[in-house]
Design a protein around this ligand. Structure first.
Ligand code: HEC
Ligand code: HEC
Length: 469
């Protein structure tokens, strides 16, 4: 099959000019995924070589591997069984995107199109028809970066993370809860989200490798390195370009496969940080001492949460920063986010107007993540992927250039107290400093991540924490 320079109108436009920006204005049809032109532009600017031929060849490879919105494919031929199993059911892809309909067995089709396209867009770019007026913007899945998860900062979310997210929605943003759907339907949507993310990240990585390693400049490289040649002949493997495709897929899909091994261990909460004899064992109650200790850490030189989140979590410190999605088409390619004129070409390629990301007003007590003590512990230790919120160093002692697990728990206590509008601990008599009391230890009973149940203490974070019970 020939797919270069032939099928898509976009490619005809390409012939007109060598710059990626020349793709603007080309007809796009809804039965095709949009190519990631913004990323191509960003490569072009950061590498200072034209990326349009690479982008075009990558597009043809991506279509071979992942199909089109109406006929999605999963590149099983390139994956081993374990990798392929990151999707629960490949048939879900068609269920998610096909025409919106339901049949007599109440089998709904077109779920992603019905519920998500308006914000996340057909290709998962986050630039759907309703995105412009939102803050924060809907996620661009193609970068493969997710914020609200139980895993390490650089890791993918687990399937359970995404399922929980769909049930919960993202409070404080426009992302709604899909509790109303059946759990089968949420599984279908999770498969489709993963598919879009894998597709989009493969596209990005292939473009970068093409430009950096395969010798794509203004002309296609020799056959062995030519990505577009890989699918031209039956079983066209064995070329270096094919190996590159296999490596990229292995990397991207492998990260999803490994996510469940990268769940951040949350150590047992030190029981002397909990209130003694609270009546309702289901309720997690911090001692005033824990809250006071948390406030000290929060305002302390090392953690310096106060530097971004402000005194009392009121977020009244002036800050100006952007998330990684935005930086990619602004500061990283030398465009100031407030320079409307310089932004025009990237806006034309689909970039939304840059919006600063604001440190959360913790005194509101609204969490975009799961908001459980365990989830807040993980957010504090890992920071938030794609956003300016940093991770902290963790050590057993917490020595001024790192925090101990105990200090992180105290921060959780303080952050939660801010959200309840509770005055930080000022009743010195309330607790018995250094006491060894047992409090109710029931919060994990309410934590939603059953499969990620709080593990027992881990090697690097256990020492000064007494065992439960
Ligand atoms: C009305 C707009 C809107 C709709 C509809 C919507 N989302 Fe979102 N979604 C958002 C916004 C906004 C964010 C980013 C929130 C943030 O940055 O905290 C988001 C983020 C996400 C994330 C990323 C979470 C993370 O951890 O980073 C996923 C996954 C997601 N949405 C999936 C879906 C799916 C699947 C659907 C359809 C069932 C859907 N969304 C429908 C607005 C929407
Ligand atoms: C460099 C600035 C910065 C620092 C320092 C910082 N944060 Fe944040 N924090 C942010 C930003 C920005 C967000 C919002 C990110 C987003 O929604 O994308 C955030 C969000 C949060 C959230 C909300 C999580 C949720 O589920 O919605 C919590 C809790 C939080 N920070 C606690 C802390 C604590 C505790 C510290 C100190 C250890 C801290 N932050 C240090 C910038 C910062």
């Amino acid at each position: 099959m020939t797919f270069r320079y032939s099928r898509r109108p976009i490619l005809i436009c390409l012939a007109a000019a060598l710059s990626v920006a020349a793709w603007v204005g080309c007809e796009k049809t809804v039965d095709q995924f949009d190519p990631n032109l913004l990323y191509a532009l960003s490569l072009e600017k950061t590498r200072d070589i034209p990326a349009d031929v690479a982008a075009e060849h990558v597009q043809s490879v991506i279509t071979e591997l992942f199909g089109t919105p109406l006929e999605p494919r999963w590149p099983s031929d390139w994956l081993d069984d374990e990798q392929s199993s990151i999707l629960r059911d490949v048939d879900n892809l068609e269920l998610a995107i096909g025409k919106i309909s339901s049949d007599q067995a109440d089998q709904h089709r077109g779920l992603y199109r019905e519920h998500c396209v308006i914000c996340h867009g057909v290709s998962g770019s986050g630039n759907g028809p309703a995105s412009l007026y939102q803050n924060p913007y809907p996620r661009d899945f193609r970068r493969g970066v997710f914020k609200w998860k139980s895993t390490e900062r650089r890791s993918k979310p687990t399937r359970e993370d995404l399922l929980d997210l769909l049930k919960r929605g993202i409070p404080g943003t426009s992302m709604p809860s899909y509790r109303i759907l059946s759990s089968e339907q949420r599984q279908t949507l999770v498969d489709y989200t993963i598919y879009l993310s894998v597709r989009g990240e493969t596209e990005r990585e292939l473009m970068a490798v093409a430009v950096d390693e395969l010798g794509y400049e203004d002309t296609p490289p020799e056959d062995d390195l030519n990505l577009a040649m890989v699918f031209e002949s039956e079983g066209g493997r064995g070329t270096e370009a094919a190996d590159v495709i296999a490596d990229v897929l292995d990397d991207v899909v492998g990260q999803w496969r490994d996510a469940s091994d990268e769940v951040v261990d949350v150590p047992q909460v030190p029981q002397d940080l909990l209130q003694v004899g609270a009546a309702d064992a289901k309720k997690f109650q911090w001692s005033d001492e824990a809250v006071a200790m948390g406030r000290d850490v929060y305002e302390g030189v090392y953690a310096n949460c106060v530097g971004c989140h402000g005194k009392g979590g009121r977020a009244d410190v002036p800050t100006l920063d952007y998330d990684d999605w935005t930086k990619e088409y602004t500061s990283r390619i030398g465009i100031s986010p407030d320079d409307t004129q310089a932004l025009a070409p990237v806006r034309a390629l689909g970039a939304l107007p840059p919006r600063p990301v604001l440190p959360r007003r913790l005194s509101d007590g609204v969490y975009r993540g799961a908001g459980t003590p365990e989830a807040i512990y993980r957010i504090i230790s890992q920071g938030i992927a794609g956003s300016p919120m940093p991770a902290v160093m963790i050590s057993e002692q917490g020595d001024g250039t790192s925090l101990s697990p105990r200090q992180i728990w105290a921060l959780v206590a303080y952050v939660q107290s801010l959200g309840q509008g509770a005055a930080p601990a000022d009743t010195a008599a309330a607790s018995d400093p250094g006491g060894d009391k047992m409090g109710p230890l029931a919060w994990s009973a309410g934590a939603p991540h059953e499969s990620n149940a709080v593990p027992s203490s881990t090697a690097d974070s256990s020492v000064d924490i007494p065992p439960a019970g």
